[in-house]
Design a binder for this molecule. Structure first.
Ligand code: ZN
Ligand code: ZN
Length: 267
């Protein structure tokens, strides 16, 4: 592995929510009544002998509790593209929301990377407030605490390096310790925004998503995404169904849910 290493990056859809309107996705003036489905993704980064997972999705119990459709477990999506759960050496958790930190016990050989601000937020006084607590699930947070005590967590404060050509960047906004991931690929620097921009529309039209810790940090975060990517077309939003339409399929067999975002978009 050297500074010349470039990585393969896959976006893998594991769930969806079709019964959703724009009201659920945007604050401020908008055509709130029209439909706007939201997809759930994890992201796989491979190269230089490393196999890295970004976020861990949710499980069937969580899907039922929250009324979402789980199409496949994240680890099953990974197996379909040739990455076993055992092969994952690193898990980057962009933030601890229920749809990003839900299968933390499925990766026996991984170290977990997390912003210390996110752990402080998810275990601190803000969780006394039901509306702020709502996007977290206490069992997920407790599992991460156990990973801390068993020596499997590496905390970051601000920006951090994961491997040559892979870094994490703290932006906050949507959750206090939210971070995005920057990866060197053959087409340049790709940015996995996660919930720094749920949809293309959030960052492109500067329309805030409904779940907010700091609106100011959310707006600054959009600028950070663009600043760290080789072009606007190198930024991958966290929940947008358009990602599966814009990027080439990993294979025919997995075309419904796996695309290569390290290659140029089709449109
Ligand atoms: Zn979130
Ligand atoms: Zn999310």
């Amino acid at each position: 592995m050297s500074d010349e290493t470039t990585y393969e990056v896959l976006a893998l859809r594991y769930g969806t929510m079709t019964e959703r309107t724009r009201r659920d996705n945007f604050i401020m003036a908008d055509d709130h009544a029209s439909a706007m489905p939201l997809d759930y993704f994890v992201w796989l980064i491979r190269g230089g002998g490393r196999t890295i997972l970004v976020d861990t999705g949710f499980d069937p119990a969580e899907a039922k509790r929250r009324g979402r459709q789980l199409e496949r477990l994240p680890r099953e999506a990974l197996e379909a593209v040739g990455a076993s759960a055992d092969a994952i050496d690193t898990v980057i958790i962009t933030h601890l929301h229920w749809d990003h930190a839900g299968t933390l016990e499925h990766w026996p050989n991984a170290r977990f990377h997390l912003q210390e601000a996110e752990m402080a937020y998810a275990t601190g006084r803000c969780m006394c407030e039901p509306v702020l607590q709502h996007p977290f699930t206490v069992d997920h947070v407790c599992t991460m605490v156990r990973h801390v005590y068993s020596g499997r967590v590496q905390f970051h404060r601000g920006d951090g390096r994961i491997a040559p050509g892979i870094s994490v960047h703290h932006v906050g906004g949507h959750s206090q310790g939210l971070m995005f991931v920057r990866v060197k690929t053959a087409r340049g620097w790709v940015v996995l925004a996660s919930d720094s921009s749920h949809f293309y529309e959030n960052m492109e039209q500067r329309k805030p998503f409904v779940l907010i810790h700091s609106l100011e940090d959310m707006c600054r975060g959009w600028d950070r995404l663009y600043a760290e990517a080789s072009s606007p077309k190198h930024v991958i939003p966290g929940h947008d169904p358009l990602v599966l339409k814009r990027y080439p399929a990993f294979s025919d067999a997995t075309a419904a849910f796996a695309v290569r975002v390290d290659t140029a978009p089709l449109v």
